[in-house]
Design a protein around this ligand. Structure first.
Ligand code: XBP
Ligand code: MG
Length: 251
């Protein structure tokens, strides 16, 4: 029985530019620092996964003389906690909805009793906020395993989070398929021995996905058919990525 393991940010929904980035900027303003992450700068910073790690990278690279009285580590922890609270406000009320084809594929897998999991660098509280706010018809309890954030020491592109998800499902890696949006996610899933389908997102269209089993514009729906961007396995043409395509990739 195949299992599908979904990434969250950029894959379930376009949460980065209009979600996390806004939350970071609101947290900066509330903490009294005059930093603002533009769409372009955030795209560069996104190469570092994990909000706390991204913040540390930003301080090193752009604010080397910043010396908060409580120390940098404590500042980052407090700022990130505030950002997470702002993120819940930003996504509240269903501001961000599932990407094309996500709900359709999840429902098809559930109808076939295929196990589902999430494997993400973000936090469980951000997942709860995103899914609780009326995220299409998707519910957090559809996912047998939610592998997230600090549950592992090494975040994507390390394979730890996908190993955790796969182990939690009790499914062999070769029977799992990862749905991702970024190179960091691709390297993480492949590092765990899991084949990966990429649905490029707002920030990742130009990344290198040469190791992916398939690269798509999205999973596709009636109103937004999937565009096949790279098909190294030679799958027959389709407009909506479904269970047939999963089994073609895994078999
Ligand atoms: C994307 C990430 C996360 C988010 C911000 O995760 O790298 O860090 O950008 O969320 P993925 P946090 O694509 O693996 O879902 O601030 O909670 O880290
Ligand atoms: Mg992602």
């Amino acid at each position: 029985m195949p299992a599908l393991i979904f990434d969250v940010d950029g894959t379930l929904a376009e949460t980065e530019k209009d979600g996390h980035r806004i939350a970071f900027n609101r947290a900066f303003a509330a903490s009294g620092v005059d930093w603002r992450w533009s769409v372009a700068l955030y795209g560069e910073l996104l190469k570092v996964t994990g909000g706390k790690e991204r913040l540390a990278h930003y301080l090193d690279r752009y604010q080397p003389d910043f010396c908060p009285k409580q120390g940098v580590e404590a500042f980052i922890a407090a700022l990130h906690a505030a950002k997470t609270a702002h993120y819940a406000e930003v996504v509240n009320g269903g501001a961000l909805q599932p990407r094309s084809g996500v709900e359709r594929l999840l429902k098809a897998a559930r109808s076939a009793d295929w196990p589902l999991a999430l494997s993400t660098t973000t936090t469980c509280s951000n997942i709860d906020a995103l899914l609780a706010a009326g995220f299409g018809g998707v519910s957090a309890d559809w996912f047998r395993v939610i592998a997230a954030g600090d549950m592992v020491a090494n975040k994507k592109p390390a394979p730890d989070i996908y190993n955790l998800a796969c182990h939690g499902l009790g499914t062999k890696a070769e029977q799992c398929l990862a749905i991702e949006d970024s190179r960091n996610g691709l390297l993480s899933a492949n590092g765990a021995g899991i084949a990966t389908v990429i649905t490029v997102s707002e920030y990742t269209a130009d990344e290198d996905f040469s190791e992916a089993a398939l690269v798509l514009s999205s999973l596709g729906d009636r109103d937004e058919p999937a565009v096949i961007l790279n098909n190294p396995g030679g799958l027959p043409p389709f407009e909506r990525f479904g269970l047939d395509q999963v089994t073609q990739i895994l078999n």
